[in-house]
Every structure is written in structure tokens, then in C-alpha cells.
Design a protein around this ligand. Structure first.
Ligand code: KIV
Length: 300
């Protein structure tokens, strides 16, 4: 297990404007048992106690504050920011600067959640030295609690170097979007005996290198169950069945922000439709003189 250290500001001095929503109730059970912050040992203890870990992506301060107030245990500043927020077709163009800016914003909106920032494509593949430099920059400039990177055995040296520096690392196996060109697009990984064995070896390598948790994306449910059983560290699934120690969704899929959502996601709201309607209502009011009203104007 990687050690975790105290993260100073901005987490300890969150932005006043966005933390005003954090007073609402949190859903039980609380994997941190009322501790002020969720920390790496709480994730490990949750696995040992069979308590499910919750994770959502977040890319900005106000959304992070809402999810934190809802009691989400871990927020992932995913490089999915590329597709969901920055208008890219894939995660590949996302830069370390993009991740640092988003990571800082998310950390500033959070009081309790464990914040994980993705290392983007091109920021760690060259080797341990590059990976450590990228991870150190993320930790210094964002106030996050951990970084995440993709790959199993091929990324073990990088994970080892980062964890030895005292930075918790979350691994990412199965469908790894930064390799989408090599994998042939979003496809289930680990089907068949050889592929399952390969993925299992990768999971062991990630754990042995010191990762504190591993995301399993688009992995057959029974393979997730096997990996979750033999790993000591928590698994967090996305399209990986029910057996993982936790579940993560991209928040825009979870909240129904667009018409499309992947088969493995559940839409818990229709925020896209609600937002479009709110914008249409505003436009109609402006055009018909319904907004602004007298109470929105200032006296001389
Ligand atoms: O970037 C991301 O959102 C992710 C999740 C899909 C796990 O890596």
C-alpha cells in the first residue's frame, strides 16, 4: 500500500462560493466513519469490510462540491474531460495543463472526498522519471490525494516510482481509453482464457508496484469477481459487473447530460433536457419581455 500524506491547500481552504452546498446529508454507510476526509486507508478498510466505494468523475469546482455534499467517496478528475467537456473526440489530446487546471478546481470544491487526478496520455509512458515528474506536478499544483494512470505490467515501473515518492496511485485496466487505437475502440477486455490470464497478471503487477486501488473498465463480470477476490487492494468497476469493491461512472453519463450513454451506465437524471429547457425558457422570457422583472433591476 502506498503511503498518504497531508494535502495542504486548496483542499483545506476550499472556495467559499462552492462549498456553501456541502451542508446537505451524506448517504450511509460512510466508509470514512465520520473522518473529515476520505483517505487512502479508508478505501482499503472499505474493501476489507465489504463496504462499496463510490466514485464519480468531476471536472470543476461547483460540480465537485455537489458530489462531495452527496457523500461520494472519491472524485476522479478523469481525462474523460477531453470528450465530456473540452470537445475532443477522444482523451488523447488532453494535456497535463488541462488536468492540473481541472484538478485544482475540483480540489477547491471538495471537503471530504478523496480526489484522484488522471495522468493524461503522453505524460508517463516514456518511463518512471517522466511519470514521477508528472505526478509530482499534479500533487503540488492541484491538492489532489492520488493520481491514476493506465496499464498493467507496462506501467509497473511508473507506478513503483510514483508510490515510492509517497504519492498514492490508482491503476486502470481492461478497456483503457488512451490505448483506444490499439484496442480497436471501446471493447470488452479479458474475454477468453488467455486474455483473462493476461488481465489478471496485469492486476497483480499493478498491486505489486504499489497501487492503492485499480479501476477495471469493460471487463467481464466473472473476471472482475476473480480479480477482486485475489487482489488485496480495492477494485473499482465501470462496465465490470457487480463484484468490484466500488463503482465509478462518468458524471455526464450518470446525470443524463447528453442523448447518448453507454450500456453500462444508468441515467439517474435527465440534466441535459432540464438545462436545455431552462435555456429555452430564459430565451423566451427575454424575447417576450418576461425577464428581467422589476425585482431584478436596481434603483437609482
Ligand atoms: O477518465 C475517466 O473518466 C476514467 C473513468 C472512465 C474511469 O478513467
Amino acid at each position: 500500500m502506498a503511503a498518504t500524506g497531508h494535502n495542504p491547500s486548496p483542499q483545506d481552504a476550499p472556495h467559499a462560493a462552492v462549498t456553501s452546498v456541502t451542508a446537505s446529508s451524506q448517504s450511509a454507510p460512510d466508509i470514512a466513519r465520520g473522518a473529515r476526509r476520505v483517505r487512502v486507508h479508508h478505501l482499503q478498510r472499505a474493501k476489507e469490510r465489504g463496504e462499496k466505494i463510490t466514485m464519480l468523475t468531476a471536472y470543476d469546482a461547483p460540480t465537485a462540491a455537489l458530489f462531495d455534499a452527496a457523500g461520494i467517496d472519491t472524485l476522479l478528475v478523469g481525462d474523460s474531460i477531453g470528450n465530456t467537456m473540452l470537445g475532443h473526440a477522444t482523451t488523447l489530446p488532453v494535456t497535463l495543463d488541462d488536468m492540473v487546471r481541472a484538478g485544482r478546481a475540483v480540489s477547491s470544491g471538495v471537503q471530504r472526498a478523496f480526489v484522484v487526478v488522471d495522468l493524461p496520455f503522453g505524460s508517463y509512458e516514456a518511463g518512471a522519471e517522466q511519470a514521477l515528474a508528472s505526478a509530482v506536478r499534479v500533487m503540488k499544483e492541484t491538492g489532489a490525494s492520488a493520481v491514476k494512470l493506465e496499464g498493467g505490467r507496462r506501467s509497473a515501473d511508473q507506478i513503483r516510482a510514483i508510490t515510492r515518492a509517497g504519492i498514492p496511485v490508482v491503476g486502470h485496466l481492461g478497456y483503457t481509453p488512451q490505448s483506444e487505437n490499439a484496442l480497436g475502440g471501446p471493447r470488452v477486455q479479458g474475454r477468453g482464457d488467455d486474455a483473462a490470464e493476461d488481465l489478471s497478471q496485469d492486476a497483480l503487477a499493478v498491486q505489486e508496484a504499489g497501487a492503492c486501488a485499480v479501476v477495471l473498465e469493460m471487463v467481464p463480470a466473472d473476471l472482475t469477481a476473480r480479480i477482486t477476490e485475489f487482489l488485496a487492494i480495492p477494485t473499482i468497476g465501470i462496465g465490470a459487473g457487480t463484484a468490484a469493491d466500488g463503482q465509478v461512472l462518468v458524471w455526464t453519463d450518470m446525470a443524463g447530460m447528453t442523448d447518448w450513454s453507454p450500456r453500462f451506465a444508468r441515467r439517474y437524471a435527465e440534466l441535459g433536457a432540464a438545462l436545455r429547457q431552462a435555456a429555452a425558457d430564459f430565451a423566451a422570457d427575454v424575447r417576450t419581455g418576461g425577464f428581467p422583472a422589476a425585482e431584478h433591476a436596481f434603483d437609482a
